[in-house]
Design a binder for this molecule. Structure first.
Ligand code: GDP
Length: 188
């Protein structure tokens, strides 16, 4: 990766278990993940060639769920936790909001995250891609593709359905992120 290429930070948001880490591992080309390795903090860098031009994405899989009150947090106060969350909402050049099509509450969380993001970055026009993951789990679907699409229209963002398990649409997702970033850079 040369010094001249643009680099952008892409932050993954979404409920635990929706597939953020699986998606970023596919993006980064991580073959197998040690199940004992439970790193929460993770930033992956890769240079993509999209439409004949190279762009480097730093994809951050650092989003922490909001802990329900009453659950003990080891060495982490409420203040620190919300600091991490607000940092995530501040540092991205683009956002990927992931829900699972098998989990309606994760879809509702995605809308909530979109609202939080809008609040945190008021005047800015940041690229956001709404992602419905786990399309391979056909029989467990709780959120239709039409609902996902309609939600993206309301929230003025792009939409794609993916399956990390089948590696379906994952490359397209990150290429879409690059294109959305470029569109806002002024027609590159
Ligand atoms: P995260 O908490 O959002 O980072 O979610 P993970 O990537 O850790 O995934 C949570 C669980 O869902 C893991 O057991 C994954 O193997 C599984 N998973 C992730 N993506 C898919 C998918 O597209 N299809 C299926 N069937 N399972 C998936």
């Amino acid at each position: 990766s040369g010094p001249g290429e643009p680099r952008y930070r892409v932050v993954l948001l979404g409920d635990p278990g929706v597939g953020k880490t699986s998606l970023v591992n596919l993006f980064a080309g991580v073959q197998e993940r040690d199940p004992l390795e439970q790193h929460r903090e993770a930033v992956y860098e890769r240079t993509l060639c999209v439409d004949g031009e190279e762009t480097t994405l730093l994809v951050m899989d650092t989003w922490e769920p909001e802990q329900p009150p009453g659950i003990p947090r080891c060495q982490r106060g409420r203040g620190e936790e919300s600091w991490c969350r607000s940092q995530c909402l501040q540092v991205g050049n683009a956002y990927v909001i992931v829900y699972s099509i098998t989990d309606r509450s994760s879809f509702e969380s995605a809308s909530e995250l979109r609202i939080q993001l809008r609040r945190a970055r008021q005047a800015e026009d940041i690229p956001i891609i709404l992602v419905g993951n786990k399309t391979d789990l056909v029989r467990c679907r709780e959120v239709s593709v039409e609902e996902g699409r309609a939600c993206a229209v309301v929230f003025d963002c792009k939409f794609i359905e993916t399956s990390a398990a089948l590696q379906h649409n994952v490359a397209e997702l990150f290429e879409g992120v690059v294109r959305q970033i470029r569109l806002r850079q002024g027609g590159k």
